[in-house]
Design a protein around this ligand. Structure first.
Ligand SMILES: [Zn+2]
Length: 120
């Protein structure tokens, strides 16, 4: 069954609040970065304990992968919001039939039915 206007606007609200949360997270990661990068480009860098540097690198790589993941999600959300505008939202990209409201509630940026999904 196709989505009602009310269902669509509910999902749109969900997408928007998720978008806000992600932007906030990315912002927080950037702030954290600014600090650790400043410390590392210190001219006394050679005196830094190797152990600490290893930890820093590890933390930064972890942050980067989180950020990458969040940015990917942000793209998905933007695309979903665009589909709402275009009126194509909630239609499966594989077979062109409507996606269940329950699936969209769980994953508002879903592009396909759950049975086609392998990685989402
Ligand atoms: Zn499908």
């Amino acid at each position: 069954m196709a989505l009602t206007k009310q269902q669509t606007s509910e999902l749109q609200k969900q997408l928007r609040s998720e978008r806000k949360r992600i932007l906030f997270n990315i912002e927080a990661l950037h702030t954290e970065f600014g600090t650790s990068q400043g410390e590392e480009s210190d001219e006394n860098g050679l005196e830094t304990h190797l152990g600490d540097q290893g930890t820093m690198t590890f933390l930064r790589e972890r942050d980067l992968s989180i950020e990458e993941h969040e940015e990917q999600l942000l793209n998905e959300i933007d695309a979903a919001l665009q589909r709402i505008k275009d009126g194509t939202y909630g239609t499966c990209e594989v077979d062109g039939t409507p996606i269940d409201f329950e699936r969209l509630q769980a994953l508002p940026w879903a592009r396909t039915h759950v049975e086609h999904a392998t990685s989402t």
